[in-house]
Structure formats: C-alpha cells, structure tokens
Design a protein around this ligand. Structure first.
Ligand code: DAH
Length: 341
C-alpha cells in the first residue's frame, strides 16, 4: 500500500492543469470522495495496526498535496482568463481616427469655377429647377417648333401651362435680366434635366454653369478673354482655347468653346479623338431678341453669355471616363477626391 501512495504521488506531481477540463479531471481523480486518495483512506483497515499511523500520515500528506495543487491551479486559471478578457482597456493605445467625409468632386469643381469667376467680378445667381416654358425656351428665342422643346428631350411636368424641368441653366439669364438693370455680371451654377438614355457619356441629370455679362460696349473680344482666363485658371497656364462657329437660338453669333487637350498635350489621344481639342461648352453674344424679351434696351446694351458642363469639366480634369460614377455614391470613388483643392 505504501508503494501505491508513492506511485500516486509521482503521478500527481507530473500532471499539468492547463484548462478547465484538466481541472475537473484532476478534481475527480484526486479530490472527490471517490478519488484515489479517498480509496486509500478506505483501505486503512487492511493495514497492520502498528503501521496505520504512518500510513494515515502519508495519505494525509498526499491529500494535502492534491488540494494545494488544485487550489493553485484554480487561481492560475482565473488569472489567465482575466488577462484575456475584453473589458480590459489599454489606456496607452492611440485613438482610432474618425473617418472624414469628402466633398463631392462636382461640388469641388463647382466651387473652383465660382472662385475663378468671382475674382474677375462675377457674382453667383440661382434660379428654379422647375421652370415654365417662357424662361426655359420662349424668352431665349427658341422658335415654337424647335426640336429641343420635344418630349424626347424635355421632362414636362404639365402641358398648358407648360411646366418642365429646366433643360439648361440659361433660364436664370432671363430671371436675372427681368429683375436687374445692367450691368449684370453673374455666373449661375445648377442642376439640369434631360430625357436622355443613361450611358457612360450622358445622364438625365447633370450640372451646368451659366455666365452672363450685360453692359454697354461688351464685345466678342471680352467674351474670348474671359473664357481664356477661365480655361487657364481651371486647366493650367498652358491651356489654349478655340471658338468654333455654332448656333444657339439665344446668341448671335454663337460658338462652341474648345480647350487644348491637356491629356495628350495636343499630340492626339482617345479623349480628344485625335483632334487636339476638347469641347467644354457653348457661348456667344446675347441675341438682341433675348434682351428685348426681358425689357433691356438692345440699342444701348450688349452682352455675352456662356454655358459649360460641370461633369464634362470634372471628367476632363480628373480623367474620369464614366459620368454615372458621379451619381452612384460609391465611397471608393468619392474618397479619391479627399485631398483635392
Ligand atoms: N444652354 C446651352 C446648352 O445647354 C449652353 C449654352 C450655349 C449656354 C451658349 C449659353 C450660351 O449661355 O451662350 O447646351
């Protein structure tokens, strides 16, 4: 029996208690009433009288050893658990930075356009997106059967009276001239709507910026210089402009405004379709009919006007090849414009 005590003692010393399962196994084997230690206690009757005292002492020693090891294991496991627990806070850790939002690229470009024109004395004007036929078409000298008035191009809200979503920002020219005496020198950024199939190049909602300067002796040279100044401020000092004869009902003469392609430096690329020039808007001298329909004396005053696409300018400036990206609100796209100025 004494041999047996020795064996159990050796076994006990070797055991490693590393988790709750080991602990329970240890408890059953060495601590519980049915444990090997308990068994030894029960066996005391089989021991000769004169050896009983010594046997009892040794079994007791073994029991104490088992209990000490059990207690120690409990406290070790508790410590281990508490260091791994999630409510432990390391106050020395750096803070998790907040994600900053970004200004939409179209807003950034609109603000830049506004700043460029404000520097040469233009103020900013605003007009309605839901408009009547007069301000969107008739006062701008569109003849009654002009194709732009067709349902295919225009979103009509009602017929008779014709109420529609403005197809361009030129309506604000009329609203300004109705309420303000010349000189007028304003730019008018805003949202416009056209009944177009959505594709990489076209959208049914987009943005324009309109410009209007009415005063005595305003000439085509003033228009050209203003646009040249704008193009260089917007796209870089080496930018050139080209005015191509065109037609708009509200200007005479009219022109399309091209800038030199800065993507290929006019060597020819996909964006400029190998012409070296890209179009960014239309312009011209305000047609006397337009001045007259807003009660401005066309004998005394002349003026120029222009209109440019903000998406178009943004796409060129940042080499974006799909207009739909502006309206999808995909943060992976928008975050790329975090640090632009
Ligand atoms: N409204 C024209 C368009 O949407 C752009 C335009 C052309 C505006 C010539 C003007 C202008 O003010 O003079 O296509």
């Amino acid at each position: 029996m004494f041999e047996r005590i020795k064996e159990i003692k050796q076994e006990l010393e070797k055991i490693k208690i590393e988790n709750e399962k080991h602990l329970e196994e240890f408890r059953i084997k060495f601590i519980s009433r049915k444990s090997v230690v308990g068994e030894l206690m029960g066996g005391i009757r089989e021991i000769a009288q004169e050896q009983r005292k010594a046997f009892g002492q040794e079994v007791n020693e073994l029991k104490n050893l088992a209990q000490a090891k059990f207690k120690e294991a409990i406290s070790e496991l508790e410590n281990k658990n508490s260091t791994g627990s999630t409510d432990y806070t390391d106050l020395t850790l750096p803070n998790i930075p907040h994600q900053l939002g970004t200004i939409h690229p179209l807003t950034q470009v609109r603000e830049k356009i506004v700043t460029i024109f404000q520097r040469i004395g233009f103020n900013v004007a605003d007009g309605p997106e839901v408009e009547d036929d007069w301000h969107n078409f008739s006062a701008l000298n569109f003849p009654p059967n002009h194709p732009a008035r067709e349902m295919q191009d225009t979103f009509f809200i009602s017929k008779d009276p014709d109420i529609l979503l403005r197809t361009h920002t030129s309506n604000v020219q009329i609203r300004l001239m109705e309420k303000q005496e010349p000189p007028i020198r304003s730019i008018m950024p805003g949202r416009v709507f056209r009944n177009e199939a959505i594709s990489a190049r076209a959208h049914c909602i987009f943005h324009q910026v309109e410009g209007l300067y009415i005063n005595e002796n305003v000439s085509f040279a003033d228009l050209k210089n203003t646009l040249y100044y704008f193009a260089r401020e917007m796209f870089g000092k080496n930018t050139k402009i080209r005015l191509r004869p065109s037609f708009f009902p509200f200007t005479e003469p009219s022109a399309e405004l091209d800038i030199s392609c800065f993507i290929c430096d006019q060597k020819g690329c996909k964006v400029c379709k190998h012409t070296g020039w890209v179009e960014i808007g239309g312009c011209g001298m305000v047609d006397p009919n337009v001045l007259e329909s807003s009660n401005i004396d066309s004998e005394k005053y002349t003026g120029f006007a222009f209109g440019m696409g903000i998406e178009r300018i943004t796409m060129l400036k940042y080499k974006i090849d799909d207009i739909r990206l502006f309206f999808e609100n995909d943060v992976r796209f928008l975050r790329q414009f975090q640090s632009l100025s």
